[in-house]
Design a protein around this ligand. Structure first.
Ligand SMILES: [Fe+2]
Length: 297
């Protein structure tokens, strides 16, 4: 198997090895492990599945293959949102007042995706943007101020941010699909949410679904955590994961329908899904390889 290659070089900048679990939990879920990890590989589904999030940002995303691995990144189409920080979760919110919309976006993600996609430091610093910056501050100015202020807050409590070159930040995007069964949304002091899915014995209709949050903590203040079994419910996983869980089981059923000709992944937004199946097929001596639908139906 290839090493992590360029994917590893990029992720090394984020020093994931310095992060520790904030929480970690798992479930047994009724779909195949590939169906489960696919549900988290692309933000393409946000517009249909997590419609409440559309009030805060656009979720149009590019995607790119890196050998066995692959990345997704938000693909900003408006000039005012084009910047190194636009491709990942720590980005400007949409709306007239970037000071307010940026806070609302990061708060919504944090509160509805189990305290992930940023950190408490970042959320608190974003909440102050409206007091610390004048009206008509541009999205780029908001992001610049927000990150400087959160970096200083973290430094004061002993969490030192790694220096990440802007070109690496831009290339690193939103989330890495690490072959074959992981997906990690990364940030400068966090890697969350992150997912790992495994087969459930030899049952093709069930999987072991794991999710966790990594974060950088002051030395000696890392929380004690353990893997917690949690039924896949809203109470245990929050409203956004519940929305994903509500789909995955029925995607599994739909794939077995006699009317299902095959999946049609989006070539701009779903390269991670395409790459997963292409690479899996290589390991399986060609079985399960993507093929032209017209030849198979
Ligand atoms: Fe989702």
């Amino acid at each position: 198997m290839d090493g992590p290659g360029r994917a590893g070089e990029i992720l090394d900048h984020f020093q994931l090895d310095r992060m520790r679990y904030k929480w970690r939990q798992w479930a047994i879920y009724p779909c195949n492990w590939k169906v489960a990890i696919e549900a988290f590989l692309e933000p393409y589904h946000v517009a249909a599945t997590h419609t409440q999030l559309l009030a805060y940002a656009d979720y149009y995303a590019a995607s790119q293959q890196y050998g066995l691995h692959s990345v997704s990144k938000y693909d900003a189409r408006e000039d005012k949102f084009k910047m190194a920080q636009a491709s990942g979760t720590v980005r400007a919110g949409k709306g007239e007042d970037a000071r307010i919309s940026t806070y609302e976006l990061i708060r919504e993600n944090y509160e509805t995706v189990m305290n992930t996609a940023s950190t408490e430091t970042l959320v608190k610093a974003a909440s102050r943007l409206v007091d610390e910056l004048p009206e008509n501050t541009t999205p780029a100015e908001c992001i610049d101020h927000w990150l400087k202020s959160a970096k200083a807050d973290d430094a004061a409590r002993g969490v030192i941010w790694p220096d990440i070159p802007p070109e690496i930040q831009a290339e690193s995007g939103l989330a890495w699909g690490l072959f074959p069964n992981q997906n990690i949304l990364h940030g400068v002091t966090f890697a969350s949410p992150a997912y790992r899915v495994r087969p459930y014995g030899d049952d093709p209709n069930r999987c072991i679904f794991e999710a966790y949050a990594l974060e950088r903590f002051p030395d000696g203040e890392e929380p004690e955590t353990k893997w917690v079994f949690a039924e896949p419910t809203r109470d245990n996983w929050g409203p956004v994961l519940e929305q994903d869980f509500n789909n995955m089981e029925f995607v599994q059923k739909g794939m077995k329908s006699s009317g299902f000709r095959g999946a049609l992944p989006n070539p701009h937004q779903e390269q991670k899904v395409i790459n997963l199946h292409r690479c899996l097929a290589a390991f399986m001596e060609g079985r399960g390889a993507p093929r032209i639908l017209d030849e198979s139906s």
